[in-house]
Design a protein around this ligand. Structure first.
Ligand SMILES: *[C@@H]1O[C@H](CO)[C@@H](O)[C@H](O)[C@H]1NC(C)=O
Ligand SMILES: *[C@@H]1O[C@H](CO)[C@@H](O)[C@H](O)[C@H]1NC(C)=O
Length: 515
């Protein structure tokens, strides 16, 4: 990246519309206020985001496709506003979707792979139907680690054949993390205010953490997985990636709910939905009276020697000052096993679940160039140029295909081990210490939450000496979303660590822009 590219990059961040509305760092609240004051229309806002994408995406590579119907959807929202027929907080707000979420429109859903280009589903994902009902403008599809990073262990996070390497907008050489990399990068770089990601293990929490945005992975089943490319019914969850806890909460509220297409899981989780929804938990004093468990080992180890560890101590003081009881230096039983997905059996189990679920998914599509994992592998072998097979192999997909040797009993046994590790580990920690949430530095604890289907939210925590962002992760038992929102919102309001990328260059940028 050359300096002149950088400078242009900065100019684009200062795109302004009208007198007072600024695209930079705009939240859903700012957008709705600007709508209501007639400072901007949804159409104009959508145009601005599309032009941000056009300018920044060649560098950041976080958007795979833009929706040819986005402007029309925005105009419809503007007409509803004129007719005083608004549908709520998201009406007229552009939303970017990870490229694993079906839209059943002109856009493709490919997991970043050419093998799925041209595949078509009969229906959009339930979460997309919910967004449309709420009046959201579907802006486009975000890039990701190809095949949820399952394609190859060689492949770096944020890379896919269709889009290339997604970049962390804070540190050029920084890890954007995956697999919902594009969703997080685009929000951080103000190419959209709201995106959706999906997580099986770390895929919302880690990219949000690494790109200084808020990622909210709900309890498995709170959001329907119908119409989302599957890995594991036990672990897959769809959730928002936004710049603030309030925005993530508004989006979560719009996409949750019972869905006959994902009946069992959504029925069970729908019992967790509080009367009156989630917005009521956005309370500035939300930390008051909460019991928070701090687990350092092994999650903090990768930050050893970094300024992040000092910032973390400051944050713990803030939690106490805001009325929380902090129980420090707790340990999770069998944590070494949990954190090693080969040893715990998580990885072989996920690969086996992926093979079964992806084969079913591909068969059920209305139209698809490939109908099984085996055909995906063959496609890649037959299209080495498209899929850049000279750069990265497909050993992950091949390993998944080889799990056909595992029988049902072996899978059931592996599932039981995951359940037991959760029961004796995270559940025991939470219950014995009567905790409202576990608090950890960075995104490393996501695996603990993943194997048990627990909810987690990450909030920007600061930047290390190189400018690389890190988050603070709050995890809770199933259905703990109300508490997590209270805690995360109160923490965010007390710390306000989120800032746009490259702010240190802003004076240079301004000079350049005024030339
Ligand atoms: C979807 O993929 C097809 C190629 O199969 C392409 O022609 C089309 O433009 C893509 N859709 C969008 C919205 O980019
Ligand atoms: C951090 O590093 C110091 C010195 O190298 C070491 O003594 C300490 O045990 C390390 N802490 C962790 C959590 O790894």
């Amino acid at each position: 990246m050359t300096i002149s590219t950088l400078l242009c990059f900065f100019c684009l961040f200062s795109v302004a519309a009208g007198d007072s509305f600024s695209l930079k760092e705009a939240t859903i609240g700012d957008i709705q206020l600007a709508f209501s004051r007639n400072e901007i229309t949804s159409r104009r806002l959508t145009e601005l985001y599309l032009s941000q994408i056009e300018s920044l995406n060649p560098l950041l590579r976080c958007v795979l496709e833009v929706n040819p119907d986005a402007l029309e959807q925005a105009e419809e929202a503007d007409r509803r506003r004129l007719a005083a027929d608004l549908r709520g907080d998201l009406d007229g707000v552009p939303v970017l979707l990870k490229d694993s979420i079906e839209t059943a429109d002109k856009m493709n859903t490919t997991l970043g792979s050419y093998a799925l280009l041209g595949a078509r589903a009969e229906r959009a994902a339930h979460v997309v139907e919910r967004l449309r009902m709420a009046g959201a403008v579907i802006l486009g599809k975000a890039s990701l680690s190809e095949w949820y990073s399952l394609r190859s262990p060689e492949m770096p996070p944020g890379w896919c054949a269709r889009s290339g390497q997604g970049l962390n907008p804070y540190v050029e050489s920084g890890d954007p993390c995956g697999s919902s990399s594009g969703s997080a990068i685009a929000v951080a770089a103000n190419m959209v205010a709201v995106s959706l990601g999906t997580e099986t293990d770390s895929s919302i929490i880690c990219p949000a953490d690494h790109n200084s945005v808020v990622g909210f992975k709900p309890t498995v089943g709170l959001t329907s997985r119908a119409g989302v490319v599957p890995i594991s019914a036990r672990q897959d969850s769809v959730g928002p990636i936004c710049r603030t806890v309030a925005d993530a909460t508004l989006v979560l509220e719009s996409i949750i709910g019972l869905d006959p297409r994902d009946n069992e899981a959504t029925k069970e989780a729908s019992t967790f939905i509080p009367e009156g929804g989630y917005k009521q938990f956005l309370k500035e004093d939300g930390l008051e009276g909460k019991r928070l468990g701090i687990v350092r080992n092994p999650f903090s180890a990768s930050f050893n020697g970094s300024t992040a560890t000092r910032t973390f101590e400051d944050h713990l003081r803030t939690l106490r000052n805001r009325g929380a009881t902090v129980v420090d230096n707790l340990e999770i039983s069998n944590i070494d096993i949990i954190m090693d997905p080969m040893r715990s059996g998580e990885m072989p189990l996920l690969l086996a679940e992926f093979r079964r679920s992806i084969n079913r998914y591909l068969k059920e599509l209305a139209d698809s160039p490939v109908r099984s994992l085996a055909e995906v592998i063959t496609f890649n072998l037959n299209h080495p140029d498209m899929e850049k097979m000279d750069m990265y192999n497909q050993d992950g997909l091949i390993a998944a295909e080889m799990t056909s040797a595992l029988d049902d009993d072996e899978l059931t046994k592996a599932e039981k081990i995951m359940e037991q590790l959760s029961r004796d580990g995270f559940e025991k920690l939470m219950k014995e210490n009567e905790l409202d949430a576990m608090v950890t530095l960075g995104a490393n604890a996501a695996t603990v939450m993943a194997i048990g289907g627990y909810p987690a939210i990450t909030v920007p925590g600061g930047y290390d000496e190189k400018g690389m962002p890190f988050g603070i992760c709050f995890g809770g038992l199933k259905g703990a979303e109300p508490k997590l929102i209270e805690i995360a919102y109160s923490f965010e309001q007390a710390t306000m660590m989120q800032r746009p990328p490259f702010s240190t260059f802003s004076s240079k940028m301004d000079n350049h822009c005024h030339e």
